[in-house]
Each structure stands twice: as structure tokens, then as C-alpha cells.
Ligand binder design. Structure first.
Ligand SMILES: C[S@@+](CC[C@H](N)C(=O)[O-])C[C@H]1O[C@@H](n2cnc3c(N)ncnc32)[C@H](O)[C@@H]1O
Length: 212
């Protein structure tokens, strides 16, 4: 079957994408809802999570993506593959991630990945970027204590901008990272590596709030 065709980029600030999803009920989407959860934000065609879900059956995997046709296609493929620990949601992470995760139990979200999130390199498009302080707050708010956030990109100034936002959060500590800790590479990661370009990566762990 041919790959579903989609717009290369969509503007997350456009009225169409400012929708409010129903909070996710994980017991409705995973066979075993109490397994540790890995959330991939900007999951695109979902191939990274598809392979992770096959390798790690004792974890659940949730992809969120703003381009709805990709979400539908990814959910169709996971159904064909009978993967009951994988699910994708149509979601504008900039506006609705907090709402989507509203009913997530506090001790479930173990890992969050944000990989090559942005096509919005120009200064005039900076407002469209996905990783802003509200997204960091949402991610950290839902992450369990000792949960990890992994961020990678090939754009140096976006890496610094994103890493700084995570470094500023007092509930996180940065973990030294030499290489990608996951056994699967994303589609974008493979393309960047094939061009021999550098990739900037950072990882953070949630800890108990520092007392003053
Ligand atoms: C450059 S692609 C990278 C895809 C994949 N993570 C990879 O590494 O191959 C960025 C993805 O993030 C999605 N995205 C951008 N802004 C988003 C937002 N506000 N909410 C959800 N997804 C978003 C895009 O639609 C796109 O699929």
C-alpha cells in the first residue's frame, strides 16, 4: 500500500488545529494499561514507536502527532500488526497535550521522546515551535519521578533553545549522554545520519522537587 500523502508542515497556530481532545483513557487503548508508558511527541508516521513496541512488549507506547492522516495510517498499521501496547493520537501538542493526558495516572509516564520536532527555523516562525515553556511544564507535570525526557535535533540553535527550557526546570536534572540510548532510530534521524550531519541530544530525569 502506498504511503499516505500529507502536507509537509502544518501551522499549529491555525484555528483548525486549536481543538480540545477528550482526555485519553489508557484502559481503552492498551491491553494492559498499568505498564510503563513511553510518549513520543511529533511521532509522524510512527515507525519509531512501531518498532519499539515490538521490541518492548512490557511497555506501552503512545505517539501524538498533529497531522491526522499520519495518525490514522499509523493506527491502521499497529492494528494489522496486532500490537496492543501501541496507540497514536491526533493532537496539537502545543495546545492540547495537557488536556489529552489529564486522566493519566501519576506513576505511569516513564519516558518522553521529542525527536527532530521542528521545521520552524525562521525567526518569524518561532511562535510555531513545539517546545515552549508550557510544553515542558506539561511533560514534567505528567512524568513520574525518575521518568526520563529525551530530546534530539539536527538544528544547533533549536537544540540550545529546547535544552535550555528543560534545564531551567527545577524538577529535572540533566543526564550525561554520549549517544542515543534507544535501539531504534527515527526516520529523520536516519536521513540526517546518512548526510553525515551532526545530531544534538540531551536527556533529563525527573526528581523530587528541590526544597529551598
Ligand atoms: C521533522 S518531523 C520528525 C518526525 C519524527 N519524530 C522523526 O524524528 O522522524 C516533526 C514532526 O512533529 C510534528 N509536529 C510538529 N508540531 C507539532 C505539534 N504542535 N503537535 C504535534 N505534532 C507536531 C510534525 O507534524 C512532524 O510529524
Amino acid at each position: 500500500m502506498p504511503r499516505v500523502r500529507v502536507h509537509q508542515h502544518v501551522n499549529p497556530l491555525a484555528p483548525f488545529y486549536r481543538f480540545t481532545p477528550e482526555p485519553l483513557q489508557i484502559e481503552n487503548v492498551f491491553a494492559e494499561s498499568d505498564l510503563p508508558l513511553h510518549l513520543d511527541i511529533g511521532s509522524a508516521r510512527g515507525r519509531f514507536l512501531l518498532k519499539m513496541a515490538e521490541i518492548f512488549p512490557a511497555q506501552n507506547f503512545l505517539g501524538v502527532e498533529i497531522r491526522e492522516p499520519l495518525v490514522k495510517e499509523a493506527n491502521r498499521i499497529k492494528k494489522e500488526e496486532n500490537l496492543t501496547n501501541l496507540h497514536y493520537e491526533f493532537c496539537n501538542a502545543t495546545y492540547s497535550l495537557d488536556r489529552l493526558l489529564e486522566q493519566l495516572p501519576s506513576d505511569v509516564l516513564q519516558t518522553v521522546t521529542i525527536q527532530f520536532p521542528d521545521p520552524w527555523y525562521k525567526k518569524k516562525h518561532a511562535k510555531r515551535r513545539m517546545v515552549k515553556d508550557n510544553l515542558v511544564e506539561t511533560v514534567v507535570g505528567h512524568l513520574k519521578i525518575t521518568g526520563k525526557v529525551f530530546v534530539q535535533t539536527d538544528v544547533d540553535f533549536l537544540a540550545e533553545e529546547m535544552f535550555e527550557l528543560f534545564r531551567e526546570n527545577e524538577n529535572l536534572r540533566e543526564i550525561n549522554l554520549c549517544e542515543n540510548p534507544f535501539p531504534i532510530k527515527t526516520e529523520r534521524e536516519i536521513a540526517v545520519e546518512e548526510k553525515g550531519l551532526p545530531i544534538y541530544r540531551a536527556m533529563f530525569e525527573k526528581q523530587n522537587k528541590k526544597t529551598k
